[in-house]
Design a binder for this molecule. Sequence first.
Ligand code: NAP
Length: 336
Amino acid sequence: MVRVAIIGASGYTALESIRWLLRHPQAKLTYLASRKEQQPVSEMFPELLGRILLPVQPFDAAAIAKAADVALVCLPHVAAMEHVPALLTAGLKVIDLSADYRLSDTVLYEKWYRHPHTDKANLDRAVYGLPEFFSAQIKSTQLTANPGCYATAGILGVAPLLQESLAATDDIIINAASGISGAGRTPSQAHHFPERNEAFEPYNIGSHRHSPEIEQTLSRILAQPMQIIFVPHLVPMDRGILATIYLKAQPGATEQAAVAALERVYANAPFVRIRKGQLPSTKFVANTNFADIAVKLYNHRWIVTVAIDNMVKGAAGQAIENMNLMFGLPETAGLL
Ligand SMILES: NC(=O)c1ccc[n+]([C@@H]2O[C@H](COP(=O)([O-])OP(=O)(O)OC[C@H]3O[C@@H](n4cnc5c(N)ncnc54)[C@H](OP(=O)(O)O)[C@@H]3O)[C@@H](O)[C@H]2O)c1
């Protein structure tokens, strides 16, 4: 049984992790760390009443290491790298859901996150936790950087057609829309109900922090520098991401070849489903760890559509998938 601690227990990704872990056959929640330690967990999340008796405790790396084998760090960036070093030193495996260990270049991190990176030593050994492309490295690391939600959808959609030389490597456009839970549980005016309800709008064009993450990962997969255009949108749903991706098709390429390429690249990826008839929808993946992908050829362009649940494949589910790999469990354990 893998013993699991959650750090930052009162947030959305923590709740989603708790929900999945309560049903995991080979993992057990043993420590909930929060700054709100005086509250019972069912007061933070009324839906958990009667389902979990664990106390909520302060962050104490030594106590966490006694109780747990792995910590899911569900904190905002910067706060994460303030806590991760102590957890690693205490001997825990760590899966960080924040962005602190995703960009391997500290200069890039400091440019996009406007904060100095304070844990370069651990950054250098962190593995990017996208199992479809890096499962071998994830299996042997102590520290996994869980990918961003938009980044997961974008990379899964773009990489295969480039790997299989069916698309040009320039002029790649990722348009993606996310439900509001992507912004976390901490309230803000921008995410207040009257501001968001009935509003579908783009934001952070050219400045969204998942752009360098997508570019870094595609560059790594393809072993050449990659640039993309990424335009995020907010849509008034609780959860879900739908990415529509435009790539230039190589002359003579057929839709059949593209579907075959996706099937080849994802032959051993239990959570990627290739949709051949109906196109992906956030409805079909809500509350699941699946990424649904379809590809169409239209006026010499590939239109790749990808749907994920930002809270599951985009966060907690992928973290548990990574945990499974790090502990030699079946990748799908607790997630189907
Ligand atoms: N929401 C998503 O769809 C999503 C997807 C992928 C990745 N992520 C990433 O996952 C991380 C958590 O996201 P979330 O949506 O769960 O956020 P959230 O709902 O805002 O929760 C974050 C939790 O972190 C703790 N916290 C906040 N500020 C802190 C600080 N300065 N020092 C220590 N603890 C602090 C709080 O818990 P306590 O008060 O209980 O300690 C808070 O509830 C973020 O880095 C986010 O970018 C989120």
